[in-house]
Design a protein around this ligand. Structure first.
Ligand code: SME
Length: 150
């Protein structure tokens, strides 16, 4: 399966999973698992906006940083700017927060609800330049479906 086909299937699975469940944590947990099953990235997970910080939510992968400030790192920047950030080489991103020294590239997609960022989907890869416009396109669709049930 090529990347588009894998994402198409993933999106259908995400829609099916969230259709019958209203609990946000349960849905984020299963979406993280679906993404990992499809792509086996280094780390896939969610941070939720709680007060002035992003707080670690459901994830798949190694232990990660639990709290990230507004505008800090890739996640905090995505939150602040309300847009997806694709990082080809984390060492070139000023202020990147290295939860794991294995991480080489990253994509962070904001979860938008009524114009507000309520969380982010963060995916790390142990290879450089893993994520491109195709990943961005499909992961933004996933984020939109998920944000609808948060
Ligand atoms: N690298 C992220 C921190 C989260 S971990 O990658 C799981 C950042 O710079 O915001």
């Amino acid at each position: 399966m090529d990347k588009n086909e894998s994402y198409k299937l993933l999106l259908a699975q995400v829609k099916a999973i969230v259709k019958d469940e209203t609990d946000p944590i349960a849905n984020m947990a299963n979406v993280a698992a679906l993404i990992q099953e499809a792509f086996h990235f280094w780390w896939t997970g969610f941070y939720r906006v709680i007060g002035e910080q992003l707080v670690l939510g459901p994830f798949q992968g190694p232990v990660a940083c639990t709290r990230i400030g507004h505008g800090k790192g890739v996640c905090g920047t995505s939150w602040k700017e309300g847009k997806t950030i694709v990082v080809e080489d984390v060492e070139q991103f000023p202020g990147h927060i290295a939860c794991s020294s294995e991480s080489r590239s990253e994509i962070v997609v904001p979860l938008m609800k009524q114009g507000e960022v309520v969380g982010v989907l963060d995916i790390d890869s142990e290879r450089l330049a893993t994520f491109d416009a195709t990943d961005q396109h499909w992961l933004e669709q996933v984020a939109m479906v998920l944000a609808g049930v948060l």
